[in-house]
Design a protein around this ligand. Sequence first.
Ligand code: SAM
Length: 337
Amino acid sequence: MTFPVDTLGRPIHDLRISVTDRCNFRCTYCMPKEIFGRDYEFLAREQLLSFEEIERVSRVFVRAGARKIRLTGGEPLLRKDLEHLISLLSAIPDVEDLTLTTNGSLLARKAEALKAAGLNRVTVSLDSMDDTVFMAMNDVGFPVQKVLDGIEAAAAAGLSPIKINMVVKRGMNEDSVVDVAEHFRGTAHVVRFIEYMDVGTTNGWRLDDVVPGREIVEMINARFPLEPVDPDYRGEVAQRYRYRDGSGEVGVITSVTQPFCGDCTRVRLSAEGQVYTCLFASQGTDLRAPLREGASDGELDAAIAALWIRRGDRYSEIRTSQTVSIKRKVEMSYIGG
Ligand code: SAM
């Protein structure tokens, strides 16, 4: 079987599905309260793809080469009966990795059911070990310990290897980098430190707020010596490092200071069925209309192939102060992180 490749020779490997644009956190760098307040209009229920529609689209992408599916959002665990969707997706042949990114707030309650439905593993976001810092970032007063309880429940349920995502923002939580590394050192969990990105247009991003991955590695290395590890596969987003004393591994995601578009094999499906070929896109391609108008599998396959072979996105490599400020990019909470 031949799979489509884009204009830069990149195949589809990784499908990210946003199952909701809603979240119970208001992280200041992602869904600032001033914008995502009471009056904000989230998608209505009938606008969301049903689980059956998501399954059908996933099968199209798997036929086009996708082997990894990640559920995200918004907060994916807010979507009712998510286990049912997981059981549908886990039954698709050729899906080698079915995973989910969550803020961890509902994980303690749901970990076992998610595993039983066929989820392989989880990535949990946690931006500090310090309650004051973490609460200032999530902006809803959510304590660190509850996220740690979720991580523990996920590990107990066998949703591993677990990854921990920490977004690092200058002046907010850079002092938490070494603490977070230290907390998870010696566990099997891998922390990935993420450069604060200019996704969307509501978080007031400035280059000065980015703590470069190089600096993050230096901070950790000064305390716990590190050495680089080779990537696992083409398109892996994190640069990997292991502790020289054998107590595990960390990653840094340097999409601002060392963009990796050349290897980007990700495609994103929004909760209402728009396909985006880049996290920084301003426009998607609608699949919900053809789905609801009775398109055949062959027609959907052709639509995705046609979209992918035209793809030439490499936003992060051509980012300038102009692209940052002018483009109308979609929000991360909508497109899915
Ligand atoms: N609610 C889930 C969660 O918190 O993990 C999934 C969605 S969230 C948008 C996915 C990831 O994107 C989180 O790890 C979050 O910290 C990260 N993120 C959000 N805005 C970001 C930004 N501006 N730069 C870098 N990472 C960001």
